[in-house]
Write a protein that binds this ligand. Structure first.
Ligand code: ADP
Ligand code: MG
Length: 267
């Protein structure tokens, strides 16, 4: 089957003035099938965001190719919606308008966009909150609005970079359940970046491990055969989850220790 996202032998280097190029990621081969949920896990600074940005078309690889639904990516990946750690809500717009604007930009008439925004706010559990401004919402509620803002455009591919990072532990679990619930309904291809192995296992079909950079490589690719639908907080208690966690952590731990030992290059 054709992949939704495919990275082939991707290298990504950064040039910082007066220094030799810094190769963050080397030889990355990764594919996400249509409808598949894949997590990339690695220590902080390993190159997770860099890889995701390459799939988003925000960064051009210095070598290798990025294919989106079989076609070489040139410029922004318009088949994808992005959800980053910091939400991109406009503080001067209500929740409803923040969601509707995604459609209005694409030319949907305002009345229609508002009706769909209300339906999406309901789907993410914010029925009745449409008139609130972002500062009147909790972190978890703002994240729900941000999810609606992305999903309303019905992207074939979802790219998520530590989307629940700033939330407290309980809210993260609840948001994980919401994400799986929505994903279960229309199975988009998801590439989900996190440093949290438990989060990755509980959500994904496959977990890919990135080594500590520079020259970060994909050093592990683990299928997660836990049955669905899943309850993100309950699943961690099962023996099956714990066995998978133990296997992957064994590999990841060395990389985490290395990441702490490596001195950041002076800039
Ligand atoms: P992660 O998301 O895994 O924490 P990143 O992908 O953000 O890591 O960064 C990987 C490496 O690339 C880090 O060493 C970081 O300092 C470096 N890096 C990221 N973006 C840039 C940039 N724009 N210019 C120079 N170096 C960068
Ligand atoms: Mg990052």
């Amino acid at each position: 089957m054709q992949s939704a996202v495919q990275l082939k032998q991707v290298d990504i280097s950064f040039s910082v003035s007066g220094r030799p190029p810094f190769r963050a990621v080397a030889g990355a081969d990764l594919s996400v099938a249509a409808g598949e949920f894949v997590a990339i896990v690695g220590p902080t600074g390993s190159g997770k965001s860099t890889l995701l940005n390459a799939a988003a078309g925000l960064l051009r690889p210095s070598a290798g190719t990025v294919l989106i639904e079989g076609k070489p990516l040139d410029g922004l990946n318009r088949r994808a919606g992005y959800l980053f750690q910091a939400d991109a809500l406009m503080p001067w717009k209500t929740a409803r308008d923040n969601v509707a604007i995604s459609l209005e930009i694409a030319g949907t008439p305002r009345r229609e966009a508002l009706a769909q925004a209300d339906a999406w706010l309901t789907r993410v559990g914010l029925h009745g909150f449409g008139d609130r401004y972002p500062h009147m919402l909790s972190g978890g509620q703002r994240k729900r609005v941000a999810m609606a803002q992305v999903l309303i455009r019905d992207p074939a591919i979802l790219l998520m970079d530590e989307p629940f990072g700033p939330l407290d532990a309980q809210t993260r679990l609840i948001m994980g359940d919401l994400l799986l619930d929505l994903w279960q309904q229309d199975r988009k291809a998801v590439l989900f970046v996190t440093h949290d192995l438990e989060e990755a296992i509980s959500l994904s079909d496959r977990v890919v491990i990135l080594s500590t950079g520079p020259d970060a490589r994909i050093i592990g690719d683990f299928p997660i055969p836990l049955e669905r639908p899943r309850d993100v907080s309950e699943i961690k208690l099962t023996a099956e989850f714990q066995n998978i966690h133990r296997d992957i952590w064994h590999l990841l731990k060395d990389q985490v220790l290395k990441a702490y030992a490596v001195k950041e290059p002076a800039r």
